[in-house]
Every structure is written in structure tokens, then in C-alpha cells.
Design a protein around this ligand. Structure first.
Ligand code: 5GP
Ligand code: ZN
Length: 115
């Protein structure tokens, strides 16, 4: 989608530090990390929010969770723990209107949120 910052990151127009990619998802390091490990996992196709998903996104949403788990292991936060967060809408603190999940870890997270 034109003018979507994450679509531009996915197509390489805006550079990012890539953590993982496959046919369905793209994962890159957050530009403003709130913890030692802060990775964004996004669908390659433009979907604005979690509200815009349905049964047809079941596999995609599952893949986002599995990629999070695998990256947590790769970045050595799996044993101590981490957070998998999807912000949705204004009250949810969603700033970028392209569905994304945050993998956050590497320090005790307490009750912090993202955004
Ligand atoms: P949200 O608040 O929408 O859940 O999270 C958006 C996240 O995207 C924020 O944590 C923010 O730091 C990150 N972000 C925004 N713009 C960019 C960018 O251009 N590059 C990268 N790597 N991260 C970005
Ligand atoms: Zn997009």
C-alpha cells in the first residue's frame, strides 16, 4: 500500500535490520527498541489492524506467533521469557496502520506496554 511505512520496509524502499523473512511474514528490529530484543513481525501483505483479519488469516496469524517463538530462541530470550504483543487501534496504542506483532525481551518487562 502506498505511503505505508511497513510496506516500504518490506519492499526495501526504507532500510531495516532484517531478523527473518519468508513467504508470509517479514521481521525486523524496531527502530526505537524498548528492550534489548525488540523485533516487529509483520505480514507481507498490507492488513491495517487485527480487526481486519478473519478466518482466511488463520495461518498467517499462527505463523506470526511461531516466528516470534523461533526468534525468541534465536535471540536467547526464550528461557527467561518475553512478550508477544499486538496493539490494535487508538486505545491499544497502535501507531503504524500495518498489522504487526512486537517480540520484546531481554529484561524484566513488568507491566510495560509498547507505544
Ligand atoms: P505500534 O505502536 O504501532 O504498535 O508500534 C509501531 C512500532 O514501529 C514502534 O515500536 C516504532 O518504534 C516502530 N517503527 C516506526 N517506524 C519505524 C521504522 O521506520 N523502522 C523501524 N524499524 N521501526 C519503526
Ligand atoms: Zn502496509
Amino acid at each position: 500500500m502506498d505511503n505505508c511505512i511497513f510496506c516500504k520496509i518490506i519492499n526495501g524502499e526504507i532500510p531495516s535490520k532484517v531478523a527473518y523473512e519468508d513467504e508470509f511474514v517479514f521481521a525486523f528490529h524496531d527502530i526505537n527498541p524498548i528492550a534489548p530484543v525488540h523485533i516487529l513481525i509483520v505480514p507481507r501483505t498490507h492488513i491495517s489492524t487485527l480487526n481486519d483479519t478473519g478466518p482466511e488469516q488463520k495461518a498467517l496469524l499462527g505463523q506470526m506467533a511461531l516466528v516470534c517463538k523461533n526468534l525468541a530462541r534465536q535471540y536467547n530470550v526464550d528461557e527467561k521469557g518475553y512478550r508477544f504483543v499486538i496493539n490494535c487501534g487508538e486505545d491499544g496504542g497502535q501507531e503504524v496502520q500495518h498489522l504487526h506483532a512486537h517480540l520484546i525481551g531481554g529484561r524484566p518487562l513488568g507491566d510495560i506496554a509498547t507505544g
